[in-house]
Design a protein around this ligand. Structure first.
Ligand code: PEP
Length: 252
């Protein structure tokens, strides 16, 4: 089987002042050991240019945004476009995080348009999917994740789909301290890969990076990352301390 790219991405969410963010990025950059894992920092917008300057030319470190708009420019007060992100060399963008879906009512249709906007500027989407607790309890977790993938991503050509990273993030595990068990993560990742194979063929499915997100930290990352279909993590809380984040990076 073709080896897949391993990735650990830190989603800082709406945390850190300018100085705190600069210090965090510097500490990660200074202390990161050589690794085959791609490490993506996704700070708030105000940090992107500066963090980009801190990590530029450092092997293994990449810059990600937490969101982008679907339009290229225009009257969308407060929004940031993929074109703007590309102009400061942002390489990845998180799209469809459950907090965006829930608090900002982002629809599947909007997320599909955001994916297109990112790809048009050569920015790789980190596309989030995941079920809420009641859906899992009702046995609907696979159906909802499949619907999110179909509606947000499966309009893409195979060529474009290959640029997408998927993050499976069960909503009940995000920020709660209750992570999915390694087996729950593995089962869903294998299911996602199976759905991708049905749409795009086994070769593309086998090379798609699928990250786990949801209370992943230094004490559980090793067991999660050991699962055959778990290719890394999207890390929230544990990405805000260099010690914790680097320990997660070193968990493979
Ligand atoms: C996230 O927000 O993407 C996330 C995984 O958060 P946490 O690690 O804090 O659960």
């Amino acid at each position: 089987m073709t080896p897949r790219q391993r990735i650990v991405a830190g989603n800082w969410k709406m945390n850190t002042s300018y100085v705190e963010g600069r210090n965090l990025a510097k500490e990660i950059a200074d202390r990161m050991q050589p690794t085959d894992t791609k490490v993506i920092l996704a700070p708030p917008f105000i940090h992107l240019n500066n963090v980009g300057n801190i990590i530029r030319d450092l092997a293994g470190l990449y810059l990600g945004a937490q969101n982008c708009h679907w339009a290229e420019s225009g009257a969308y007060t407060g929004e940031i476009s993929a074109r703007m992100l590309a102009s400061i060399e942002v390489q990845y963008v998180i799209i469809g995080h459950s907090e965006r879906r829930e608090y900002f009512h982002e629809t599947d249709e909007q997320l599909a348009a955001k994916v297109n906007a990112a790809l048009a500027y050569n920015i790789q989407p980190i596309f989030c999917c995941g079920e809420k607790l009641d859906m899992r309890q009702a046995g609907q977790h696979e159906a909802i994740v499949e619907a999110q993938l179909r509606q947000g991503l499966f309009h893409l050509s195979g060529q474009d789909f290959k640029k997408v990273i998927i993050a499976y993030e069960p909503v009940w595990a995000i920020g709660t301290g209750v992570n999915a068990t390694p087996q729950q993560a593995q089962d869903m990742h294998a299911f996602i890969r199976h759905i991708i194979a049905g749409q795009y063929g086994q070769a593309i499915a086998d090379t798609t990076t699928i990250l786990y997100g949801g209370s992943c930290n230094p004490s559980n990352a090793r067991d999660l990352f050991r699962q055959p279909d778990v290719d890394g993590g999207l890390i929230g809380g544990a990405s805000l301390k260099a010690d914790d984040f680097l320990a997660v990076v070193n968990s493979f």
